[in-house]
Design a protein around this ligand. Structure first.
Ligand SMILES: Cc1ncc(C[n+]2csc(CCOP(=O)(O)OP(=O)(O)O)c2C)c(N)n1
Ligand SMILES: [Mg+2]
Length: 545
């Protein structure tokens, strides 16, 4: 029997479960994990802030649909990663955090960084525990990976005391990895829901993140085409039905939700992004989710349907079938009407997308970017108004390509998500959209992107303000605002250059296209620092989300 440090063996177990990357920032409490990475050929991506490491793990989970893994050193390493864990919890992203932990042997005597992480990680995760015995470390870590990947996905946490992680344990009988089971399907609920869908005249489908994470993309498309129902996407649901599909809508959202007689929401919570499930015209809701505990009882759905999403969607298509006769005409008229709304709304934006005004209008940035993005470009949004504009103007054509801050809405995701996107898709365009405020949370991690040879294109909407707070504050306080200004016109591109990347500042809208071309050709992290008009506020219906 051969032995290695328990942390080393745990990495071997993760590798055989398919883990290829470990995001981390160094600390003595977790050295044996690195030794395990060396011997099991797991790539270490070491960052400048645990925030970046943890968001990279979350981002990789979202992009690859397998848990991303971060290793954070005891105490401050773990606490610096907490926002990403909360983000994964809100977004249902599969992710495992391994924590260092002060030694068991001296616990309670005031050891360095001695804090009980499990106490504050438990409410943020699906599962949080301490692996106290060396022999149980590999099994506990693998079990946490499994829980993270199991539908109803989310973050899990294991910390390992320093005296445990360095203690040898057998390395020749690794626990074996099995893929999580697909969740059982409530077939009665599917049948009832299909019955409602079969008779609705103006139904709408909403497809969210779990359509992507549960690999239900083909089943969604089959359902949409079979029942001929207009479809709206959100979160990572974007791209599950390509934006140019005849039943895909984004600008006719309001009309669709107002006049729908049934809304079938798939793979996303009925949270603030969907008006908590109360649609303006009072349409009844069918909520389709992976697991029963995700059904939004607060929205009093007509039907909650839980189960493996591909199977549920296939069941709905079979059960509801294609509309015939008068119903088919009603559905066609419904989608034709929404298409008119969509087309009119889109053509109403053309002028703004081509705006020649200087300072540059944020819409113009996207008017130019749209022209050069590939259909499978990965687009990451980290910012306020600048990212809201992206949500409006950048269409998604390929599933798994759109990373926005998600329902937790945490600024500072950009650098971690950029690392994840480049690692997941070495050959695609990766474009990270940054507010100037958002960039301040993590721009130092450009150094990581450079050192790890992970080139991405960053496009900054630099308005010198926290626009998404400044304008709402003025609305609340009758024109007054505070804590909403940054220095105007800063050369953030020079920061990126100083860290080993490159970039340029753009003030003339006619120069945007050429700047983007240089950025995609650069081969290093490149920041296009666009000075945008601070007088432009994103049109919002409410001041506070
Ligand atoms: C970690 C975190 N802190 C604060 C906020 C509140 N917040 C939301 S949007 C925003 C402004 C973002 O400014 P910027 O990135 O410059 O984008 P802009 O709105 O100016 O386009 C702030 C401060 C948040 N969402 N997350
Ligand atoms: Mg700003």
């Amino acid at each position: 029997m051969s032995e290695q440090a328990s942390g080393h063996v745990a990495m071997g177990a993760l590798k055989q479960a398919g883990v290829e990357h470990l995001f981390t920032l160094s600390g003595g409490h977790i050295f044996p994990l690195y030794e395990g990475c060396r011997d099991h050929d797991v790539r270490i991506v070491d960052t400048r802030h645990e925030q970046a490491a943890a968001f990279a793990a979350e981002g990789l989970g979202k992009l690859t649909r397998r848990p991303g893994v971060a290793a954070l050193t005891a105490g401050p390493g773990v606490t610096n990663g907490v926002s990403a864990v909360a983000s994964a919890r809100f977004g249902g992203s599969p992710m495992l955090v391994l924590g260092g932990r002060a030694p068991h042997g001296t616990w309670g005597r005031g050891g360095l960084q001695e804090i009980d992480h499990v106490a504050f990680m438990a409410p943020l995760t699906k599962q949080a525990s301490t692996a106290a015995e060396p022999a149980e470390v590999p099994g506990t870590v693998l079990d946490a990976l499994h829980t993270a990947a199991t539908p109803g996905r989310g973050p899990t946490f294991v910390d390992i005391p320093m005296d445990t992680i360095f203690t040898p344990t057998a390395d020749d009988a690794l626990p074996t990895w099995t893929e999580p089971d697909a969740p059982p399907v409530d077939t009665d609920a599917v049948r009832r829901a299909a019955g409602h869908l079969a008779t609705a005249r103006h139904p709408v489908i909403v497809a969210g993140t779990d359509v992507w994470l549960s690999d239900a993309v083909d089943a969604l498309r089959d359902l949409v085409e079979t029942v001929h129902v207009p479809t709206i996407t959100n979160g990572m649901g974007r791209g599950t039905l390509p934006a140019d599909h005849e039943l895909s809508f984004s600008w006719a959202r309001k009309a669709a939700f107002t006049d729908a007689d049934l809304v079938l929401v798939v793979g996303t919570p009925l949270d603030f992004r969907l008006g908590f499930g109360a649609f303006p015209g009072g349409a009844p809701v069918i909520h389709v989710v992976d697991t029963p505990d995700q059904v939004a009882e607060h929205a009093r759905p007509l039907e909650g349907v839980a189960g493996h999403l591909p199977e549920v969607l296939r069941g709905l298509a079979e059960g509801a079938g294609g509309p015939t006769g008068e119903l088919a005409e009603a559905r066609s008229a419904w989608s034709a009407r929404l298409r008119e709304v969509e087309t009119a709304a889109r053509s109403g934006q053309e002028e703004l997308l081509g705006s020649a005004s200087a300072p540059i209008h944020p819409a113009r940035v996207y008017g130019e970017l749209r022209k050069v993005l590939d259909r499978d470009a990965v687009v990451i949004g980290d910012g306020g108004d600048f990212v809201s504009y992206a949500g409006k103007y950048i269409d998604a054509y390929t599933p798994g390509c759109w990373l926005d801050p998600g329902p937790y809405g945490c600024l500072g995701t950009g650098m971690g998500y950029s690392m994840a996107a480049r690692l997941a898709h070495p050959d695609r365009q990766v474009v990270t959209l940054l507010g100037d405020g958002a960039a301040g949370f993590g721009l130092m991690d450009v150094e990581t992107l450079v050192r790890q040879e992970l080139p991405v294109v960053m496009v900054m909407g630099n308005n010198g303000i926290w626009a998404l707070e400044k304008y709402p504050m003025q609305q609340v306080y009758d024109g007054w605002d505070v804590a909403a200004d940054l220095q105007p016109g800063l050369a953030y591109d020079q920061v990126v250059s100083a860290l080993g990347g490159a970039g340029e500042t753009v003030t003339d809208p006619e120069q945007l296209g050429a700047a983007f071309a240089r950025a995609f050709d650069a081969g290093v992290p490149y920041l296009v620092n666009v000075l945008t008009d601070p007088a432009v506020a994103y049109p919002r219906s409410t001041a506070l989300a």
